[in-house]
Design a protein around this ligand. Structure first.
Ligand code: COA
Length: 263
């Protein structure tokens, strides 16, 4: 393996001669769902990118043709209780906050489903480019949960409070065109052209001063500081102890519709 690439169980990183690295979440049989391993591997990848002088910008995408990331791993979620739920939310928030504050630009190439934690990962990136089959959704309420990796905080920043309320309370999915109109996607391209177009955007960014890029990211983020993240993690943990959460996650794993009782 060359010093320009990194390989982990669930993540691949390759860098071209222009200093653009492609970070691929590689768990296509589970639609790249974020289990603990993926979160650890992503953390390793960002450690590597941070130290690598030859990497100037990163594009994150998902392996396979169907999904960017179809959410947090529901099998793992189903075992959480109040304490581990709150901890899981805080761990995801910490990684995604790191991406949001990262000193080098990070672009999400959303190549299919970006649901739950997948939408939250994309929202933590600095810019989002979608393929025509990109689909966004925050379906956590259908599992008896709320978004726990920063989604309750970042979605309103990107689409406004009213649209965020609608998306989170209904849990419904929106397609690429609506995602672009709503401000979730900066651009939409055909599946064939999307990577090339994203690299063109990356090259345009990289013509500029690296210090000015870092400062821009930092200054823009400073305007959105909010303490809602702690509230999100507390409520996420609390919901992990409800009957509705057990029912919601069991129903997904048993491939049936959930019947909620409000308990
Ligand atoms: N966690 C764990 N496993 C997941 C997953 C997730 N978030 N999303 C998909 N998978 C798994 C499925 O269980 C299935 O595994 P199996 O082949 O072992 O049964 C595999 O990935 C393929 O998914 P499948 O549901 O068969 O694909 P589909 O094309 O019929 O549906 C989705 C695609 C994205 C609509 C559907 O997988 C889905 O609703 N996923 C969950 C989305 C979600 O609620 N995410 C938020 C979590 S907080």
């Amino acid at each position: 393996m060359s010093s320009t690439s990194l390989e982990r169980e669930t993540v691949l990183l390759e860098t071209d001669d222009n200093g653009i690295s492609i970070l691929t979440i590689n768990r296509p049989d589970k639609l790249n769902a974020l289990n603990k391993q993926v979160l650890d591997d992503l953390g390793d990848a960002f450690d590597f990118i941070e130290k690598a002088d030859h990497i100037h910008l990163t594009i994150i995408t998902g392996a396979g043709e169907k999904a960017f990331v179809a959410g947090a791993d529901i099998k793992e979620l189903s075992t959480l209780d109040k304490q581990s739920g709150e901890q899981t939310s805080a761990t995801g928030q910490s990684l995604f906050n790191r991406i949001e504050q990262f000193s080098k630009p990070v672009i999400a190439l959303v190549n299919g489903y970006a649901l739950g934690g997948g939408a939250e990962l994309a929202m933590a990136c600095h810019i989002r480019v979608g393929t025509e089959n990109a689909v966004f959704g925050l379906p956590e309420v259908s599992l008896g949960l709320i978004p726990g990796y920063g989604g309750t905080q970042r979605l309103p920043q990107l689409v406004g409070k009213g649209k965020a309320m609608e998306m989170i309370l209904t849990g419904k999915q929106i397609k690429a065109e609506e995602a672009q109109k709503s401000g979730l996607l900066n651009a939409v391209h055909s599946t064939e052209n999307a990577l090339e177009k994203t690299k063109e955007l990356a090259s345009q960014i990289l013509k500029n001063s690296p210090q000015a890029l870092t400062a821009s990211i930092s200054a823009i983020n400073a305007g959105f500081r909010s303490n809602g993240f702690a509230k999100e993690a507390t409520l996420f943990g609390r919901l992990c102890e409800t009957d509705d959460f057990k029912e919601g996650t069991s129903a997904f794993l048993e491939k049936r519709k959930a019947k909620f009782t409000g308990n």
